[in-house]
Design a protein around this ligand. Structure first.
Ligand code: PLP
Length: 402
């Protein structure tokens, strides 16, 4: 492939762009991970991470693995062979997690879904109410289904579990939502929150996280699925001393310290608002083009990724290829059931209004090149929205400064 000038637009929904500051922070000499400097640094980081999960009571675990490892770790630490687990088919990642659970020897009750809606809290309530013998030991939900651009309502699912009076553990995957979409580990009564480094935390892939409730720790004392590498207890014991039971991803942890500093500087609530604004601008562009969003419920629109259906008879992958070749931009592909039917616009992580405008320009030009029937004006609709939002932002800024 010949050289393409300018910056590549990486508009997949993770791994996301890594800020220069984070890249520079990782370019540091290797440290003795059993020495005193590392120990102080690790203890501080574990404490700081709690703010991101909005937990004061939960314990944090950091694994040198991708998110899939943390999926497995959540199951083996809390469950026993043959235990029933309730999961809902919201898309590709819920499907992969359910398949992993089945391979671990769990009895997965996988509620079919249409990939156009999130988890229905009323349905969870009905299933749990019917399970009067409490055979179901855990409910596993993907907060933001990255394959469909649909965000399930975790607080409402928690309320549904409470109304059913069911004691199942609540396991939530926030791999593509943490530090991008509001989330409350403690307040929403989540037992294991599962996260990854490569999306809202603006880091390379390779680290994953748990926030763990006291109830999950109690469950781990009697859980019998085989576990060794993923076991929480040695992790907790070593973490007390600022150490890990095996070699941590030291330079990724340097990057994490920097990304947490950036998150503090911008403020979590401002980050959530920025993501929501970019998602709304993107949806306005999609509507102006006359294309269809995969997500059918406005209450479940994702702030981090928008999945767009291409009209019947067109290939979403051929369109993405045109965009890559002509404009040096990678868009997310359709996964599983929606392969070649949708393209996904990632708008998460270290991202701003002009980057979004550039992204949407690439999509609009790509639609023309791929011969996909659409109306002009998507980019203009997004720009109008972003301009109004910017004006409101600077007016409220000016008011606050008075
Ligand atoms: N869960 C969600 C919601 C994801 O988006 C992903 C990956 O994109 C995963 C799980 C799997 O994580 P990993 O690819 O880091 O193993």
């Amino acid at each position: 492939m010949s050289y393409r000038g300018g910056r590549h637009f990486l508009q997949i929904p993770g791994p996301t762009n890594i800020p220069e500051r984070v890249l520079r922070a990782m370019a540091a000499p290797t440290i003795d991970h059993r020495g005193p400097d590392f120990s102080r640094f690790a203890r501080e980081l574990l404490k700081e991470l709690k703010d991101i999960f909005k937990t004061t009571e939960g314990r944090i675990v950091v694994y040198p693995s991708s998110g899939t490892g943390a999926w497995e770790a959540a199951l083996v630490n809390t469950l026993s062979p043959g235990d029933s687990v309730l999961m809902v088919e919201t898309g590709q990642f819920a499907t992969l997690w359910s398949e992993l659970a089945a391979r671990m020897g769990l009895d997965v009750q996988f509620v079919p879904g249409d990939w156009r809606h999130g988890v229905d809290p009323a349905q969870v309530e009905r299933i749990l109410t019917d399970d009067s013998a409490h055979k179901i030991k855990a409910v596993g939900v993907v907060h933001n289904e990255t394959s469909t651009g649909i965000t399930s309502r975790i607080a409402e699912i928690r309320n549904a579990m409470d109304r059913a009076g069911h004691p199942a553990l609540f396991l939530v995957d926030v791999i593509s939502s943490l530090a991008s979409i509001d989330y409350h580990h403690d307040q929403w009564g989540v037992d294991v929150t599962i996260a990854g480094s490569q999306k809202g935390l603006m880091l390379p892939p390779g680290m994953s996280f748990h926030a763990v409730s006291a109830k999950a720790i109690a469950a781990s004392k009697t859980a019998r699925l085989p576990r060794a590498y993923w076991e929480w207890q040695p992790m907790f014991a070593q973490n007390e001393k600022g150490l890990f039971p095996f070699t941590p991803a030291t330079n990724l942890l340097y990057g994490l310290r920097e990304s947490l500093a950036m998150i503090r500087e911008e403020g979590l609530e401002n980050i959530f608002a920025r993501h929501a604004r970019h998602a709304e601008a993107t949806r306005r562009a999609v509507r102006a083009w006359g294309l269809e969003l995969l997500c059918q419920n406005a209450a479940e629109y994702s702030s981090v990724v928008t999945a767009v259906l291409v009209p019947a008879g067109h290939s979403a992958d051929a369109f993405r290829q045109q965009v890559l070749e002509n404009f040096n931009m990678s868009l997310g592909n359709g996964l599983g059931r929606v392969q070649d039917k949708v393209f996904r616009i990632g708008h998460l992580g270290d991202f701003n209004d002009l980057m979004l405008a550039g992204t949407l320009c690439g999509v609009e030009m790509g639609l023309e090149l791929a011969g996909i029937l659409h109306s002009k004006g998507g980019v203009a609709a997004a720009m109008d929205y972003l301009t109004v939002a910017a004006r409101q932002g600077s007016e409220s800024h000016a008011l606050a400064a008075r």
